[in-house]
Design a protein around this ligand. Structure first.
Ligand SMILES: O=C(O)C(=O)CO
Length: 466
């Protein structure tokens, strides 16, 4: 998407901004003060204010048929304004538009049990335009009570006005991040905005760890080399990379995903952890301190977990830097030319957060100038486009925004998005616990009668589950 669009969405995702459209210069000018500036209040994947690694306490609702029995599936194919649509539960009384088909079936059961008619767009276009989404919602004066949309869509004032006019009251992003959503505009139109925290944690941290090793140990480069038939036999200097055992790993944003990644690197590879976050993560610090005692009890060297006050300090000391922060006004181009130059020239940089946290042009230049610097990217500044030259750098591993792409996680995200919409349409409260497993596991009847995560619940005065 165009940079301006990305900036506008970025501005809209920031609670610090008063105007919806922040000029680029303004976003850039805040960078100098990043080390003292606040991150968006919540960690990247965590819209609750709970400690990132607080104990998991399963909370199960009463075993009632509160969501109603699941009727037999009825599916028809039709079209709305020329766009192909698959309809489930044709006679449902609330119309819910889903802009892309989602994995699993539990999410459909949830919406069907809440008496929703579910219309799934089967369009071949990967990213739907504003016009298509508007058509899907309200073509032919149709009513639309709720929508499940994608992070690739620009959920602006225009779309929320349309949803409101069509009688809608809820939108759920099929994502934990919601920098594509103008939450202030949604709130103005009385629309609740849901997201899907809690099911992406390990899956995303695993991909970050995979990218770390793939980049540092030159796995993808080696694969390309083999396929091109260049391998002439073992050699002492062939594809030499970095050993990560006992190295220092710097984490920017120690929310759920950042902490899970930190634990993988500390427990699995005995790395020392530095983290930069506006909040102290006592749970992570204590966890790693206990693990360190365990290592020492076995005669091994312990590991440390230290919070650093400035991102510059982290960049200078870390052998691996992994980004897990929100995209906000304060983190836009957090890694710019100056800060990249502070990093060790043989360090590894990983981004599974949001593309615009890195200045991609500066990164491409830096990769070209420093062949021992390695990088693993899941996200890009202007998806699906890449900065020219990036794909020619041998020292970067690039994957197509798949950090959350495990079947369990993607089905769980669908479940949470559907539960957000279904509960809101039934006027149920908002869930207020960090453990969302009761939504994604166990019988449907035992699911809490609540929306798992509504980011503007407070602004809309929605009641919380007691
Ligand atoms: O949920 C999100 O925010 C994603 O980026 C999906 O991978």
């Amino acid at each position: 998407m165009a940079l301006l669009g990305a900036l506008r969405r970025l501005a809209c995702s920031s609670s610090e901004l008063s105007a919806a459209a922040a000029p680029a210069s303004r976003a850039v000018s805040t960078l100098g003060s990043f080390s003292t500036a606040k991150f968006a209040k919540n960690s990247f994947d965590d819209n609750s204010e709970q400690p990132a690694l607080s104990g998991v306490v399963p909370i199960h609702g009463p075993l009632t048929a509160a969501w109603g029995p699941t009727p037999p599936p009825q599916t028809i194919s039709t079209s709305v304004g020329g766009h192909p649509v698959v309809v489930h539960n044709e006679n449902g009384s609330k119309r819910v538009v889903v802009t892309k088909d989602l994995p699993g079936t539990r999410w459909l059961d949830i919406l069907t049990a809440a008496n929703c008619r579910v219309e799934i767009c089967a369009h071949e276009d990967f990213i739907l335009s504003q016009t298509t989404i508007k058509t899907l919602m309200s073509e032919g004066m149709r009513q639309c009570h709720g929508v499940i949309g994608q992070l690739t869509e620009d959920w602006s004032d225009e779309l929320f006005a349309e949803l409101h006019n069509a009688g809608g009251s809820v939108y759920s992003n099929y994502a934990v991040g919601y920098n594509n959503v103008d939450v202030k505009a949604a709130t103005r139109h009385g629309i609740a905005v849901g997201n899907t925290p809690g099911v992406l944690t390990e899956t995303t941290a695993e991909l970050a760890a995979s990218l770390t090793f793939a980049a540092a140990r030159r796995i993808v480069e080696g694969d390309r080399y083999m396929r091109k038939g260049q391998y002439m036999g073992w050699g002492p200097t062939l594809m030499v990379g970095q050993l990560l055992q006992n190295k220092t790993v710097g984490i920017v944003g120690a929310g759920r995903i950042g902490s899970a990644y930190a634990r993988m690197m500390a427990e699995g590879h005995k790395c020392n952890i530095l983290y930069h976050d506006p909040y102290q993560n006592k749970f992570l610090e204590d966890y790693i301190a206990d693990y360190s005692k365990f290592l020492e009890s076995k005669g091994e060297t312990g590991v440390t977990c230290t919070k650093v006050e400035t991102v510059e300090e982290l960049l200078q000391e870390a052998d691996v830097v992994s980004l897990h922060c929100n995209l906000s006004e304060d983190t836009y181009h957090l890694l710019n030319e100056d800060r990249l130059n502070m990093m060790k020239k043989d360090a590894t940089l990983i981004n599974c957060a949001r593309g615009p946290v890195i200045d991609e042009v500066a990164l491409t230049n830096f990769l070209q100038a420093n062949e021992n610097f390695r990088c693993g990217l899941d996200v890009y500044e202007d998806e699906p486009n890449l900065t020219p030259g990036l794909d020619h750098c041998e020292n970067v591993v690039i994957v197509p925004h798949i950090a959350s792409a495990s079947l369990w996680t993607r089905s769980g995200m669908a479940t949470l998005a559907a539960a957000n919409v279904a509960a809101r349409l039934r006027n149920k409260p908002v869930y207020n616990k960090p453990d969302i497993l009761p939504f994604v596991e166990g019988p449907l009847e035992a699911m809490p009668e609540a929306s798992p995560s509504i980011v503007n619940a407070e602004q809309l005065g929605l009641s919380m589950m007691s």
